[in-house]
Design a protein around this ligand. Structure first.
Ligand code: FAD
Length: 373
């Protein structure tokens, strides 16, 4: 390992890897800890808002080299199959996490970041620096720690974060399929107790990913029964599933997905991406937020390391900028998910959208940001 890195990033998903590229390219010495190896499939809808593109270009990242799909249309259906279509105000692209995370990992290494494939088990702060302990009982000392360990990690338990004390009712299922689906479209279909996103990624692959309450799922015991009995009640979603052939051996699942409010700084660690707060996936903006939060944390950290601000100001600046950029998006996402998950409210919403079609692009804008410069 390089002599005493300045910054440690815990977690090499989108937030951690983007921060690794940013900081390394600015000449900071960075070590990133990731417990898994690349490439790896992740549960995610894999639709990314175009708002990330200017920032990716600044970092020298060429998304086009991964041949993503370009998505500029959306269609939303409620449980009875009634639907409405709209043009996406900013648009987005479809790329699998298998490709994207692996690409960013390679770029982080090229930029000079050291990546250690070990799980971090503990982070202690004392005397204005951090000690990081990994599962091999290795200890690393650094000046700044960026927490990018995702939605839920045993580090949340270790840090006694508030949200981890509450059980979360959500679980998610994702798989890749082949079949007929437009390259330029992202669909959102509502079913009882949840919603499902459908869009294309690279190589003509369809991503079908849904979020549901565990209570709705547990009656059916397995994914196939659940899909036949619940998802298929929405005729639009049934048509998609009937015409798609599973490419994975079996769908991937994750549980205990929490949408509780989290703190952006805990134990002096700046939290990035889902570690700082998760927006409801129906907004299709979690990845852009993770990437944007990496930019904000990197810029604040550089100011600190260059002696422009002290640690207190670092933490205040990061929290303020995080709230300014993301707080209202997350709140709008919470409200929309409540509406979508209630069949009476979603019926009313559909009637309003059909009467005032401009409302849909307006709501989409409310859950997205501007291009990240
Ligand atoms: C069902 C669902 C669908 C979604 N669909 C979309 C979508 O279509 N569009 C969109 O923009 N967003 C979507 N999202 C949100 C998006 O997936 C997340 O916001 C995004 O993955 C956040 O990235 P991250 O880097 O914060 O976390 P992650 O990508 O989860 O990365 C965290 C990393 O930390 C590592 N890690 C954890 N603990 C440790 C440890 N102790 N030591 C070392 N490593 C550790 C993990 O292995 C992991 O690689 C969806 C989310 C869900 C749940």
């Amino acid at each position: 390992m390089n002599p005493t890195p300045q910054i440690a990033i815990i977690g090499g998903g989108l937030a951690g890897l983007t921060a690794a590229v940013h900081l390394s390219r600015q000449g900071k010495s960075v070590v990133l800890f990731e417990k898994n190896t690349y490439p790896k499939h992740k549960v995610c809808g894999e639709f990314i808002s175009n708002e990330v593109l200017p920032y990716f270009r600044q970092l020298g990242l060429n998304i086009e080299s991964l041949q993503p799909t370009h998505i500029n249309k959306t269609s939303i259906s409620i449980q009875n199959g009634k639907s409405i279509a709209a043009i996406l105000p900013l648009g987005g692209f479809g790329i699998s996490r298998y490709q994207l995370d692996h690409y960013l990992y390679q770029k982080a290494i090229e930029s000079g970041c050291e990546i250690i494939h070990q799980q971090v088990n503990d982070i202690e702060f004392s005397g204005d620096s951090f000690s990081i302990k990994t599962d091999n009982n290795n200890v690393f000392k650094v000046e700044i720690v960026l927490g990018a360990f995702g939605k839920r990690s045993h580090l949340d338990v270790k840090l006694q974060r508030n949200f981890i004390q509450k059980k979360s009712p959500w679980l998610a299922v994702k798989a890749h399929y082949k079949g007929n689906f437009s390259d330029d479209l992202v669909e959102l279909h509502n079913f009882e107790g949840g919603y499902c996103g459908v869009s294309k990624v690279e190589d003509d692959i369809i991503n079908i990913c849904y979020l549901t309450k565990y209570e709705s799922f547990k009656k059916y015991k397995d994914i196939s029964n659940f899909q036949s009995n619940v998802l298929n009640k929405n005729p639009k979603l049934k048509a998609v599933l009937d015409n798609s052939e599973l490419l994975f051996e079996k769908p991937l699942t994750i549980s205990q997905i929490s949408f509780e409010t989290k703190k952006q700084v805990e134990n002096h660690i700046l939290m990035l991406g889902d570690t700082a707060g998760l927006i409801h996936p129906l907004c299709g903006n979690g990845m852009a937020m993770a990437i944007h939060s990496a930019k904000i944390a990197s810029e604040c950290s550089i100011d600190y390391l260059n002696g422009k601000i002290n640690r207190k100001k670092l933490e205040i600046n990061y929290t303020n900028q995080w709230n300014f950029n993301f707080k209202s998006r997350i709140q709008t996402g919470k409200l929309l998910s409540k509406i979508v998950l209630s069949s009476s409210l979603s019926n009313i919403m559909m009637k309003c959208l059909l009467l005032f079609p401009k409302l849909l692009p307006f709501l989409i804008q409310k859950t997205h940001g501007k291009p990240i410069q």
